[in-house]
Design a protein around this ligand. Structure first.
Ligand code: AP5
Ligand code: ZN
Length: 214
């Protein structure tokens, strides 16, 4: 399957991705994770992306479209993929359609993580991540076995630089202004599925499974 996960910051896209990936043997392409890796490695791409990311604004369409175009060529992505955090503008969605059109494929389903803004600050400020694996924890909702350490490797967890209440505010503004139109774009194509993303993680997972098996 070729899937898109769309939703505001903290809505659970990264949390649900491993489950979907394992169940359907898909590759998980998260533009945010790829950009953070580029920033950490100080690559030319990372240097260009850093300023916008720190402010909670979107990186330019050309940069992210380039990353996705490159990533989708990987052999492991040929049978299907999960796009997490892409497309986030209508221009990105149109470019994606063009790229897939050239391959003779298309998106099967867009999972919309619908949730009220008021829930997101607590989720974002309590989040801890293990950068190399992408595993995500939460001090209250998904605590690691040992505080501050990854369950699998025992390596230290970190907080994202953009996970502050002030930066969250601009990320949410960007979501409403630039990404909500993308939800309508897929709604009009008839491939949109709305998920109740405010529910506990396991319940969201079973909703995802329901949508994908139908
Ligand atoms: P990105 O990394 O994509 O961030 P985001 O969209 O803001 O989304 P998050 O990763 O914050 O949220 P999530 O839905 O994955 O939440 P999670 O599952 O971790 O993008 C970062 C930046 O990169 C952007 O601001 C932009 O600058 C740039 N960028 C990326 N893509 C771009 C693009 N296409 N175009 C332009 N710029 C781009 O969950 C959050 C927390 O809540 C966790 O602690 C988790 O444990 C907890 N949690 C999850 N689900 C539940 C639940 N059901 N109940 C209780 N707690 C839960
Ligand atoms: Zn994420």
């Amino acid at each position: 399957k070729r899937l898109i996960l769309i939703g505001p910051p903290g809505s659970g896209k990264g949390t649900q991705s491993p489950m979907i990936k394992d169940d359907y043997c898909l590759c998980h392409l998260a533009t945010g994770d790829m950009l953070r890796a580029a920033v950490a490695a100080k690559t030319p791409l990372g240097i260009k992306a850093k300023e916008a990311m720190d402010k909670g604004e979107l990186v330019s369409d050309d940069l992210v479209v380039g990353i996705i175009d490159e990533a989708m060529k990987k052999p492991s992505c040929q049978k299907g993929f999960i796009l997490d955090g892409f497309p986030r503008t209508v221009v990105q969605a149109q470019k994606l359609d063009e790229m897939l059109g050239k391959q003779g494929t298309k998106i099967d389903k867009v999972l919309n993580f619908a949730i009220d803004d008021s829930i997101l600050e607590e989720r974002i400020t309590g989040r801890w991540i293990h950068p190399s694996s992408g595993r995500t924890y939460h001090t209250k909702f998904a605590p690691p076995k040992v505080p501050g350490l990854d369950d699998v490797t025992g390596e230290p967890l970190i907080q994202r630089k953009d996970d502050t209440p002030a930066v969250l505010k601009s990320r949410l503004e960007a979501f409403h202004r630039q990404t909500e139109p993308v939800i309508d774009y897929y709604g009009s194509k008839g491939i949109l599925a709305n998920l109740p993303a405010e529910k506990p993680p396991k319940e969201v997972t079973s909703e995802v499974q329901k949508v994908l098996s139908s």
